[in-house]
Design a protein around this ligand. Structure first.
Ligand SMILES: [Zn+2]
Length: 157
């Protein structure tokens, strides 16, 4: 389960609306998990501590690419505050909030079956209905759609 505050969610939605018709993206950070295990596992809620908007290199309505420099800056800031990057968010300006073939492919290192960020939450916010942004979050475990795409609940409060 992925938990965001209303303010964090509104920030993503505002960035998304501003970026329309292009996809926008960014990073989600949460408190470091204890030694016991990764946060977010076994139904444990993953509390987002900070949202980092990051420029998309793609400037596309259909795909996004997290800017590498933006990633490094966000990670540095998060670490300084006792947080770590736990997820990536992006918008689907005109389509359903479900990972595209490209989204799933790019969760991997090139053409390999190795995941870039195996434990990340991939939050997608659909803006197809401008008045009702739809957040859905997924763990991507492999290349097969839908078998390797696992939805997790999103709570905004
Ligand atoms: Zn997408």
């Amino acid at each position: 389960m992925l938990k965001l505050t209303r303010a964090q969610f509104e920030r993503i939605v505002a960035q998304g609306r501003q970026g329309k018709p292009l996809e926008i993206c960014g990073l989600l950070a949460a408190a470091e998990a204890g030694e016991a295990g990764e946060a977010g596992e076994a139904g444990e809620a993953l509390l987002v501590g900070e949202v980092y908007p990051v420029e998309s290199d793609d400037k596309s309505a259909l795909t996004y690419t997290i800017n590498a420099g933006g990633y490094i800056r966000a990670e540095r800031d998060a670490r300084a505050r006792g947080l770590k990057i736990v997820g990536i968010y992006h918008t689907h300006p005109a389509t359903v909030a479900y990972p595209s073939v490209t989204d799933v492919a790019r969760a991997h290192w090139g053409d390999t079956n190795d995941l870039l960020f195996p434990d990340f939450s991939y939050l997608i916010v659909s803006l197809r209905d401008p008045q009702h942004p739809e957040p859905h979050s997924f763990k991507i475990r492999g290349r097969r759609i839908p078998q390797d795409v696992h939805e997790e609940p999103v709570v905004i409060e």
